[in-house]
Design a protein around this ligand. Sequence first.
Ligand SMILES: Cc1ncc(C[n+]2csc(CCOP(=O)(O)OP(=O)(O)O)c2C)c(N)n1
Ligand SMILES: [Mg+2]
Length: 326
Amino acid sequence: MTNPFPLSKDDLLKCYRTMRTIREFEERLHVDFSRGDIPGFVHLYAGEEAAATGIMKHLNSGDRIASTHRGHGHCISKGVDVVAMMKEIYGKKGGTGNGKGGSMHIADLSMGMMGANGILGAGAPLVCGAALAAKFRNKGEVAISFVGDGASNQGTFLESLNLAAVWNLPALFVVENNGYAESTARDYATAVDSYVDRAAGFGMPGITVDGTDFFAVYEAAGEIIQRAREGGGPSLLECKMVRFYGHFEGDAQTYRATGELDDIRANHDCLKKFGVQVTAAGVISAAELQAIDQQVLAVIEDAVQQAKAAPLPTLADLTTDVYISY
Ligand SMILES: Cc1ncc(C[n+]2csc(CCOP(=O)(O)OP(=O)(O)O)c2C)c(N)n1
Ligand SMILES: [Mg+2]
């Protein structure tokens, strides 16, 4: 049997495991949040896994990313520990921010994950800084900013595109276009249809891909990341995608069309698509995928149990982790 894919079987299994880990992490948060177990606010990445995984597969720990309010998928695919993430979301000690940040402030600088961000468009200027540092270090590292379709209209994002182009930075700007900003449809609030056109307005290449197709994302991201590593400058990648849940947990989603969510799950599930592609090609069996599904469920259950058992931060913890010493 020949493998028609651009990745080895071992790598394909790893990517499937990453996508499945994101999915089960989010499915579990959905349940636990509705039970009232989780404090604060949670925005789920379920449905969008192929984008983060297809892009991050090209990155090393020296490459940096800046994430969004919907950041769990970016964190997991960049290699942040799921137990530390779960503890953080549960507001417990031992979390990535010792339980003081929650879902929208997960960061792990040791993995090049500069942070989720509750401020729309705030990651893009950070990525210009990280990419400028990478350019000076001259080791071929890149920095990637993720924004939603809504955040792509923020001034910070547009200024960052310009700055990255002017400075010819090894930066990549990923627009995760899931069609909505909260309840506002993308087409209602964004002047151009094509992000490729928008990229051209800043003098950089742009590519639009089906963000629910892992291989389409992997291929497009590979091309522009390689270009950035070789000094070719920044690019924009639009991933058209779907979100399985509401804007935030608790969103009644009255703005969705009738049948929209059923259609998304039935016809635009990136994990199902990946499964069909690799099994139809005879590279991976359904049993191999199911074995990973079972293993991932156990990993997530263990993360939740560890998070529940971990202590809450104390009053004294309020004054720690405030400043960083270099
Ligand atoms: C600067 C700023 N303005 C407004 C908000 C409130 N807000 C949070 S998420 C969101 C919608 C974001 O939509 P999009 O960028 O498409 O990302 P998605 O939620 O679809 O992943 C808004 C308006 C914010 N957090 N920051
Ligand atoms: Mg959106």
